[in-house]
Design a protein around this ligand. Structure first.
Ligand SMILES: *[C@@H]1O[C@H](CO)[C@@H](O)[C@H](O)[C@H]1NC(C)=O
Ligand SMILES: *[C@@H]1O[C@H](CO)[C@@H](O)[C@H](O)[C@H]1NC(C)=O
Ligand SMILES: *[C@@H]1O[C@H](CO)[C@@H](O)[C@H](O)[C@H]1NC(C)=O
Ligand SMILES: *[C@@H]1O[C@H](CO)[C@@H](O)[C@H](O)[C@H]1NC(C)=O
Ligand SMILES: *[C@@H]1O[C@H](CO)[C@@H](O)[C@H](O)[C@H]1NC(C)=O
Length: 271
């Protein structure tokens, strides 16, 4: 089923030069095979081509050659890339990484188009069995089993180091954080940006907000009273000024839903 699950990516981003429009496709699959309520650890590490897969190369060929798609979001699961026995950080499962890198390299080098690296984790790590709600929030200092913000930074440093020389790669910090302090979303994003830049990687970074990074609620309280993304996300610092805001919007029929977000982006000179 995962091979067929390719849907249009709704979040379009433009680079800091502002001229390239990405026409994108969402390649799900790398995070599949772990959903099992009450069975923590189910499907980990998982079997490549059975429980999970990244891309179907023939489908990529069709999208690029015939449909002129130039941007693919490729999801993976952090519990597979950085297995629980190692903990979140710079020690990877090299088999999983090489399967992922093969997909990214096919898109970016063989086909010459963009790939968005997407840790599909909702800013949580250690129990994907009921995503998006299970797992410890990264950086939750009240939870002794939670990975720390520093570990998240190390993870991104290592991942970015491995793709640092590939200009067609875009780094998506995490898929859809939600129900956590917005200040912590900011801190985790900042740790990732710092890790990526310290690794010598200069590519575009996409930083998500809280509330599943919803555009319509950008200046609103989400979850159980978490501060609006607009209160914190303008405090991100990227020494290269090459970070854009990652927005996921389901109701694209009503541009007025995005008025708050748009006003905030303009006020803060962000994209
Ligand atoms: C993109 O893929 C993810 C991961 O499989 C999925 O959860 C999400 O619904 C997809 N988004 C869209 C807009 O199709
Ligand atoms: C890959 O995509 C091609 C073309 O869309 C399709 O014919 C083939 O069955 C797919 N392979 C798998 C393993 O899903
Ligand atoms: C690493 O991932 C592969 C699948 O990509 C899996 O077969 C293998 O068991 C994993 N190894 C560890 C140590 O988790
Ligand atoms: C942080 O951990 C504590 C203790 O487990 C928990 O009560 C709290 O809900 C967690 N916070 C978040 C945002 O998940
Ligand atoms: C969000 O921004 C919009 C557009 O500027 C505004 O109409 C709305 O009142 C704002 N919402 C909040 C909660 O500030």
């Amino acid at each position: 089923m995962f091979f067929g699950s390719v849907t249009a990516l709704l979040s379009l981003a433009s680079t800091s030069f502002g001229k390239i429009l990405y026409a994108g496709v969402n390649e799900s699959g790398g995070e599949f095979g772990v959903f099992a309520p009450g069975q923590k650890g189910f499907g980990l590490p998982g079997r490549f081509g059975v429980d999970f897969a990244f891309i179907n190369k023939s489908t990529i060929d069709i999208f690029v050659d015939q449909e002129k798609i130039n941007f693919f979001r490729v999801t993976f699961l952090m519990e597979r890339m950085a297995p629980l026995e190692f903990g979140l950080g710079s020690k990877f499962n090299e088999t999983y990484f090489s399967e992922y890198a093969d997909a990214i390299n096919y898109i970016t080098q063989t086909k010459g188009v963009y790939a968005l690296i997407d840790p599909h984790n909702y800013m949580r790590y250690n129990d994907p069995s009921q995503q998006p709600f299970s797992g410890s929030v990264i950086g939750n200092t009240s939870d002794p089993t939670a990975a720390t913000t520093a570990q998240f930074g190390q993870f991104w440093h290592e991942l970015a180091r491995r793709f640092a020389t590939n200009p067609k790669v875009v780094f998506g910090i995490n898929n859809e954080p939600h129900d956590m302090p917005t200040e912590l979303v900011l801190q985790n994003n900042q740790a990732a940006i710092n890790g990526i830049r310290q690794a010598g990687a200069n590519q575009l970074i996409l930083a998500p907000g809280n509330g599943f990074t919803g555009g319509h609620s950008w200046n609103q309280t989400t979850g159980a009273g978490d501060a609006p993304s607009s209160d914190f996300l303008n405090k991100l610092v990227d020494p290269l000024h090459n970070t854009a805001i990652d927005v996921h919007e389901v109701d694209i029929q009503s541009p007025s839903n995005l008025a708050g977000l748009t006003a905030w982006l303009q006020e803060n000179n962000l994209k």
